[in-house]
Design a protein around this ligand. Structure first.
Ligand SMILES: Nc1ncnc2c1ncn2[C@@H]1O[C@H](COP(=O)(O)OP(=O)(O)OP(=O)(O)O)[C@@H](O)[C@H]1O
Ligand SMILES: CC(=O)N[C@H]1[C@@H]2OC[C@@H](O2)[C@@H](O)[C@@H]1O[C@H](C)C(=O)O
Length: 377
């Protein structure tokens, strides 16, 4: 087994999650410490700006790879990851007497445009982070660039975590749905025969975070306080529900900003802070209910990971929108905050051993595909 450190900087741009996990890529051994290093406000703001710059203005080139602002952000982002690795290694030495053999480094997605049916242009996905620098700094091999081989092969490049959900859920009753509520939502359906169907459900916390930032002093709607004080607006919700993404069959995946225009056009911006938050929460939940219509069979239950499970307004809306029990992933002993970071440790081990990380049922890859690259420390 390899002793890995998985690192995930998600679409919420709130910080880097890090986790120590022992694995050969298939089985999971000891599960070690985890931590989150939040980004300072200036880095959050600059990363958020990078997303807008990377999308660009129609007809004009987007962000150039050599852009000095990008380089500066990448350096600050990678330094924060190196700090997370150093702290986690100290912690795993202290707790387990173990160091690490391999790092799985997702980086920060700043643009995600996989090919959609009918697209003439090839797909594109862009995760930033300096893997060479991190490997040298840590003196460890680093697996990175997990999505581009899949996108180059015509896959969605996301979600990648489903194969790890399946490994963790090996002994749980099925069919099972595992839902991650990050900036974007993604779901993994696991059948009785262990078959997988996974895709992004729609926006989850991303638009709600932007809304909270605009209307409150906070980066997110803490404990759903704003949403719980409002009412979803039926007309705005109805317009959002007509978005073609919801009915489109999987495979499908999203960029963090994909629904921004639809939200504007639906008139969400004109709502009061409370009703706007309540509407965004309701929309995130109905996106999940719409996702369930694509499942081959109803799941026995929903296990929820990601920061959205800490939002009582969102959990209440989900319980109302779904027919099966909805529970935080902790009920089966998982760590809902660290699951994605743990997954990138497992995916690093899969990359190391040349095992596939994407599948026809997860990203729409034409066949099970290996992914990621390794840089030596
Ligand atoms: N106490 C809380 N109340 C309400 N919302 C919360 C709370 N704690 C976390 N969140 C939400 O969870 C978000 C962070 O979730 P998470 O860390 O899972 O996202 P991510 O990993 O960055 O995203 P993704 O999975 O899309 O890559 C915050 O931005 C916030 O919206
Ligand atoms: C392109 C990209 O970074 N996508 C993220 C994002 O955040 C949640 C959802 O959208 C998911 O598809 C993916 O992350 C997880 C880790 C995944 O690939 O499984």
């Amino acid at each position: 087994m390899l002793r890995t450190i998985g690192l995930m900087s998600g679409t919420s741009l709130d910080g880097v999650d890090a986790a120590w996990i022992e694995t050969d890529g298939e089985a999971i051994g000891r599960i070690g410490p985890t931590l989150t290093l939040p980004y300072e406000p200036a880095l959050r703001r600059d990363l958020r700006r990078l997303l807008d710059l990377a999308v660009g203005v129609p007809g004009e080139p987007g962000l150039a790879p050599e852009d000095p602002f990008l380089a500066d952000c990448v350096h600050r982002l990678t330094e924060r990851h190196a700090e997370a690795v150093a702290r986690l290694r100290a912690e795993s030495l202290r707790l387990l007497g173990e160091d690490a053999d391999l790092i799985g480094f997702h980086g920060q997605t700043i643009l995600h445009r996989p090919a959609r049916p009918g697209d003439a242009a090839p797909g594109r996905t862009w995760q930033v982070g300096d893997a060479d620098w991190l490997a040298r700094r840590a003196g460890l091999p680093v697996a990175f660039d997990f999505r581009s081989a899949d996108v180059a092969a015509g896959g969605q490049g996301a979600p990648l975590v489903p194969v790890v959900h399946a490994a963790l859920a090996a002994t749980l009753p099925k069919p099972l749905a595992v839902l991650n509520l990050g900036g974007v939502g993604n779901v993994t359906w696991i059948g009785r025969d262990r078959s997988l169907l996974a895709f992004d459900t729609g926006p989850a916390n991303g638009p709600l975070d932007d809304w909270a930032r605009r209307h409150t002093q906070s980066d997110y709607d803490r404990d759903g306080a704003l949403a719980l004080a409002g009412q979803p607006d039926g007309a705005v919700l109805a317009r959002l529900l007509a978005h073609p993404y919801l009915a489109a069959p999987p495979p499908k995946s999203l960029d963090r900003l994909d629904f921004d225009r639809a939200l504007k056009e639906a008139g969400a911006g004109a709502l009061s802070p409370e009703d706007g938050a309540a509407t965004l929460v309701a929309f995130a939940a109905v996106c999940v209910a719409a996702a369930a219509r694509h499942f081959p069979q109803a799941p026995l239950q929903w296990l929820v990971a990601g920061g959205g499970r800490r939002n009582p307004a969102l959990m209440r809306a989900l319980a109302g929108a779904l027919e099966q029990p909805v529970r935080a992933a902790e009920v089966v002993g998982w760590n809902g905050d660290a699951l994605e970071a743990q997954a990138f440790g497992v995916l690093a081990a899969r990359c190391w051993h040349g095992l596939p990380i994407t599948f026809p049922g997860t990203t729409g890859a034409p066949q099970p595909l290996a992914g990621g690259r390794i840089v030596r420390g």
